[in-house]
Write a protein that binds this ligand. Structure first.
Ligand code: ZN
Length: 194
């Protein structure tokens, strides 16, 4: 099975480098690797013209996905697993201190504090008061970290997102709405190297 690099000219895009991987498969398929390499997987018998046609047909898909991958690669910092490990322990120290501070100020108790890799949530609070925080919170500005801590601790008083809940948050963090909105811009902010 030969891996041949072919450069294919695409009319509406700049020249993009395409890697051709031939195998005993029956159909053609496209792949964009995490590193931003476009790969055409095709049967051994596929001609250069067929590959060209296939790429032309999918140029919009390639363009969109390539842009996304490149954005991720260039705009988002890439962290090694060692850097992540350090960030996690920093997150544990920093957020534990913040929980202690805000819990005393708000007059609430809490259980354990866990630092996790949560894909979509910054934090959570169980009915027993156990707190979970996303380690990437440590990569956001401190006022946003405070907001998340106060938000989770406010669940010790209100286990929902009712008006009463937001009143509690607001009593501690008057500009919580701005912080909450700002936090959204920090989602998926880092690429972890594996
Ligand atoms: Zn909540």
């Amino acid at each position: 099975m030969g891996h041949r690099k072919g450069s294919i000219k695409n009319s509406s895009m700049n020249e993009i480098e395409i890697q051709i991987k031939r195998s005993s498969r029956r159909t053609l398929s496209l792949q964009i690797t995490r590193e931003g390499q476009v790969v055409v997987h095709c049967p051994f018998s596929t001609t250069q013209e067929q590959i060209q046609m296939f790429v032309d047909e999918h140029r919009q898909w390639i363009g969109e996905n390539l842009e996304q991958v490149k954005w991720r690669l260039t705009k988002r910092p890439v962290m090694t697993s060692e850097q992540v490990w350090k960030a996690k322990s920093l997150a544990r120290m920093t957020l534990s201190a913040k929980v202690r501070f805000w819990a005393a100020k708000m007059g609430v108790t809490y259980g354990t504090i866990s630092i996790r890799q949560q894909a979509t949530r910054w934090g959570s609070c169980s009915s027993k008061g156990n707190l979970n925080f996303n380690w990437t919170l440590i990569l956001t500005p401190e006022p946003l970290q405070d907001y998340v801590v106060v938000h989770e601790l406010a669940h010790r008083l209100e286990m929902n997102h009712s008006d009463r809940f937001w009143k509690i948050v607001e009593s501690q963090i008057p500009d919580y709405k701005e912080r909450r909105n700002l936090l959204k811009t920090y989602e998926n902010q880092v690429t972890v190297m594996e």
